[in-house]
Design a protein. Sequence first.
Length: 213
Amino acid sequence: MGKIHKVIKGESVASLADDTGHFLGTIWYHPENNKLRQLRDNMNILAEDDNVYIPELRLKAVPSATGLRHRFRRCGVPAIYRLQLLLNGQPRKNLNYRMEVEGLVIEDSTDDNGIIEVFVPPSTREIRLFVGSEETPRILEIGMLDPSDTIAGMQQRLRNLGYDCPESGTLDENTRTALRSFQLNSEMIATGDPDTATLSTLRRAHDEIGETK
């Protein structure tokens, strides 16, 4: 029988699917997860204590010739990780970088939109990123982003976009100041309030990688 799993910090549908042997869609689109899909618009941005239904694993028979070696690959493995590097709101294009992912080293350069796109294991929790000639890595924590409609998620997105916004978990004056700066830069009225329009604009600016002004 299936079971309800309570999400802990850092988990996503991708990591849960990898842990349980399921396809991503088997979990995400299961009828028992309808309410979750209505609550979260991204299967890989879940909140701590969200409930995810994990269905019972079903065995699949695949016909194959005997006496031969066969290789099977599960869909959705590995996962794709995408990141856009910006400087003053502009893409950092054709910039050399080095990534260290679970013992693997990936060296390449960003594309014309400043985007990095690499394949990583769904279980990845941390990536070390060296940009240009930097000797000190930037530590990228995978699965730690909170949903955009939470205070923490809003603060994380503001900080990732370059605004001075410590993650306090409360709507304090630092957060309101960062929000006003973001609203001004987005040609909105600078109220410092996390209204629906502001949160929607912030989510697009942060989450829709590759979108440029």
